[in-house]
Design a protein around this ligand. Structure first.
Ligand code: FES
Length: 193
């Protein structure tokens, strides 16, 4: 905006010593991010070799489906509840994905983590919690974790088809009928936890 004072240019305000420090800090953070991404990808590859809880759950109490308008990936999650010490908890969770490998690895990890959690506890889980042993999601992969988070929330809302047994696959739902709505979630940029 024209009435805003012009910001001084970073280059001109930094004395050479400070500039050197800033550059080395930037390099360090780039190296750190690279390392985090590499480690994450190694663990994700291991998880993908044997993904857990893949497939439809015929006796599910609740199911949620979300799709990302950005990358076109889709994820569906089923939940089965039970009662433990007078509390409603998640007994089992499963998923199907038309998504990138990160979304599949996180969903596999998440469906294991969810066992024994109350719906409230599950709702509080953020993408970096759902990724579990895979470690924190690299910034470029946050939205893949958000796809899992949103599928879980959609299943917890139980809006899609509670108690409904279906033999339809996620692939079949790429062109959903009105009774099989897919929630399109706007994903946040960056580290939108
Ligand atoms: Fe779409 Fe990962 S790229 S969910």
């Amino acid at each position: 905006n024209f009435w805003e004072p012009k910001r001084p240019r970073l280059k001109s305000t930094l004395i050479p010593h400070t500039r050197k420090k800033a550059r080395s800090r930037l390099l360090m953070s780039m190296r750190y991010n690279h390392l985090v991404t590499e480690k994450f990808e190694d663990r994700a590859r291991e998880a993908l070799a044997q993904p857990k809880n893949v497939g439809e759950m015929n006796d599910a109490d609740s199911v949620g489906t979300v799709g990302s308008p950005d990358c076109g990936d889709m994820l569906r999650m089923w939940l089965k509840f039970t009662e433990k010490n007078g509390k409603k908890v998640i007994d089992r969770a499963s998923f199907q994905a038309f998504g990138c490998q990160t979304a599949i690895a996180v969903a596999s990890m998440a469906t294991e983590l969810l066992k024994g959690k109350t719906p409230e506890e599950a709702r509080d889980l953020k993408p970096n919690d759902l990724s579990g042993d895979l470690g924190p999601l690299p910034p470029m992969k946050i939205h893949c974790g958000q796809l899992v988070e949103q599928a879980l929330k959609s299943a917890l809302d139980g809006k899609d088809a509670p108690q409904k047994k279906t033999t339809e696959t996620l692939a079949g739902n790429l062109h959903p009928t009105p009774s099989q709505k897919i929630k399109i979630i706007p994903l946040e940029d960056g580290e939108g936890n």
